[in-house]
Write a protein that binds this ligand. Structure first.
Ligand SMILES: CC(C)(COP(=O)(O)OP(=O)(O)OC[C@H]1O[C@@H](n2cnc3c(N)ncnc32)[C@H](O)[C@@H]1OP(=O)(O)O)[C@@H](O)C(=O)NCCC(=O)NCCS
Length: 150
């Protein structure tokens, strides 16, 4: 039932961000900018396997930044990443996001399967361009992608 898997995210409180930071650091992903009023992060659990991943987004009006999507090592290739992205996209849309951006170094092929297309990093809305992911944390070689949410 891999294709039909659904997961529900549980929002992380400030005190839980250490778990997320650890998972991100294990993959060399930015973890220095997790606090902030516009940022929301979620943990995802599988009833049988326990914690399988994390993900989140920043909301800047109608524009959002999908970020910190990570499947716990050892749990990859089972459809969890796809299920997390599906849930995060719905959740971002429910919070008013109409265009969801992201930066990725290794997973453009993954996000490309789920409606994200390459975008010009230098043409994103100012609020997205000002995020730490864009200004300092993600290398210039990272691919920028966007998906219109309906
Ligand atoms: C990218 C990531 C979240 C994918 O998670 P996952 O749980 O393995 O993903 P899924 O099992 O749902 O994979 C769905 C499909 O995408 C494919 N896929 C997975 N990672 C991919 C990648 N990096 N590039 C291209 N395709 C990828 C899978 O092979 C699978 O294809 P299939 O359905 O034909 O078998 C995971 O590899 C990860 O945590 N990577 C490190 C963190 C990262 O790079 N995050 C993204 C930047 S925010």
């Amino acid at each position: 039932m891999r294709g039909g898997m659904s997961l529900t995210g549980v929002e992380l409180g400030r005190e839980d961000l250490g778990d997320l930071a650890q998972a991100l650091a294990a993959d060399g992903m930015p973890a220095d900018d997790l606090a902030g009023p516009d940022k929301r992060f979620f943990a995802f659990d599988d009833r049988e396997r326990g914690r399988i991943g994390f993900g989140g987004f920043e909301v800047h009006g109608g524009d959002g930044l999908l970020r910190s999507v990570v499947t716990v090592q050892g749990m990859r290739g089972r459809g969890y990443g796809r299920a997390m992205v599906a849930w995060l996209v719905r959740e971002a849309a429910s919070r008013g996001v109409r265009r969801l951006y992201l930066l990725t170094t290794d997973a453009a092929g993954f996000f490309g399967r789920y409606g994200f297309t390459a975008a010009d990093r230098h043409a994103v809305p100012p609020a997205i361009a000002r995020t730490e992911q864009f200004t300092t944390l993600c290398p210039a070689s990272a691919v920028c992608m966007v998906r219109e949410l309906s």
